[in-house]
Design a protein around this ligand. Structure first.
Ligand code: ZN
Length: 276
């Protein structure tokens, strides 16, 4: 199953640059972060809004708007204020897959509590063998990336014999933790469907900040449905990969519940349950 050929380490930029946009000292009253008006992310930067552990804890208020998020990338995944569905950002358009499974164009004013985006510039493309399942695909990271220590943006476009996704229903305050919400998630099954899988492979060291390993969302070719990927089987598809050596973190404004919760603990097994 040689779907991909190995890449030399020389294709990677040598330095991982950590930029932390700190909210300290800002005087926002609008609920969004003022520094988001001044994106500094380059095209090789993964820009991350809030942290996965904050999302797990139920911090679903907006940290940035969809319009502002577009300043940091044209490709990525996330969720929406009040946990109102799964985000797919593709070719600069943001889609909101709500718990009815329908993908709606997201207005620029819509708030985002958690997201990871980048400007997608493909470093290599290769067909994926027909019949490749998500579980097999997960074992192929060594063929997709020369190192497990770099962020990898992944786009898989084509036809799938099967895709299984989920979405989550909009929540009311006080927000329950994510693990509680996903017990009521809607699951969608697509057979013989064309579309695009969008997402990232993140190194283990991001634990607590993002999801280590794969985190993929799906959008159908007609842009009408999708969700958070639970499973897939490739029929005929091409993977495009963008190695992303820089990282920018955008924390919520200082009034956010983000600053009132305990983010010191690890909850890797909870993340596995919620995301996989
Ligand atoms: Zn997701």
């Amino acid at each position: 199953m040689s779907i991909l050929r190995n890449r030399g380490i020389s294709t990677l930029l040598p330095v991982i640059c950590l930029l932390l946009a700190v909210a300290a000292g800002c005087s926002s009253s609008s609920g969004s972060t003022p520094y988001a008006e001044n994106p500094v992310a380059g095209r090789e930067t993964l820009a991350q809004v809030s942290t996965i552990n904050a999302l797990m804890a139920g911090v679903y208020d907006s940290a940035i708007s969809c319009g502002q998020l577009k300043g940091y990338g044209n490709f990525g995944i996330g969720t929406f204020e009040a946990l109102d569905g799964e985000m797919v950002m593709l070719n600069g358009q943001i889609y909101q897959v709500k718990s009815d499974g329908v993908a709606y164009p997201a207005p620029d004013s819509l708030g985002v509590p958690f997201a990871a985006v980048t400007f997608f510039d493909s470093d290599f493309e290769e067909p994926i063998a027909s019949g490749t399942t998500y579980s097999v695909f997960q074992t192929l990271i060594g063929q997709i990336s020369p190192s497990k220590n770099i962020f990898v943006a992944i786009e898989i476009e084509g036809n799938f014999s099967y895709v299984e996704t989920r979405s989550v229903p909009r929540q009311e305050k006080p927000y329950p933790p994510l693990a509680e919400v996903t017990q009521k998630q809607s699951v969608f099954q697509f057979n013989n469907v064309s579309g695009t899988i969008v997402g990232f492979w993140c190194p283990q060291y991001v634990s607590g900040v993002n999801v280590p390993g794969y985190h993929l969302h799906f959008l159908t070719a007609d842009r009408k449905a999708g969700g958070h990927v639970l499973d897939f089987t490739v029929n005929q598809a091409v993977i495009s990969v963008d190695y992303t050596p820089e990282f920018l973190m955008i924390l919520p404004g200082m009034q956010s519940d983000f600053y009132k919760i305990d983010l010191s603990g690890g909850n890797q097994s909870d993340i596995e349950k919620v995301e996989k």
